[in-house]
Design a protein around this ligand. Structure first.
Ligand code: FES
Length: 103
């Protein structure tokens, strides 16, 4: 069962944007797709543990700011080198205009 943690309000993340959060010492990101859905993912790149909150989203793919490896924001799948290991995903829910990450 998920432990739901409130991370921000709905208006804080625009489509094709993301925001990083530190929760209980862990790094997480919430990405918003071009269709407006939210996706929770681990916040550190699986290549060299760089913070992905500084990355960019294009066509629902998240690009790491360091070596530009990409991940599918919906599934966490590693798409292009040098990333080969998928990102862990976390459920997100929106309630009363607030965004919760399920950890
Ligand atoms: S640290 Fe992310 S691609 Fe290298």
């Amino acid at each position: 069962m998920s432990n739901w943690v409130e991370v921000c309000t709905e208006g804080e993340i625009e489509p094709e944007e993301l925001k990083g959060f530190k929760v209980e010492g862990g790094e997480y990101i919430v990405c918003r797709s071009s269709e407006g859905e939210y996706f929770g993912l681990a916040g550190l790149c699986t290549h060299e543990q760089v913070k992905l909150c500084e990355g960019m989203i294009f066509d629902n793919e998240l690009e790491c700011p360091k070596h530009f490896g990409t991940f599918d924001i919906k599934t966490g799948e590693a798409l292009t080198a040098p990333v080969y290991k998928d990102l862990k995903t976390y459920p997100v829910k929106v309630e009363g205009g607030k965004i919760y990450l399920g950890l």
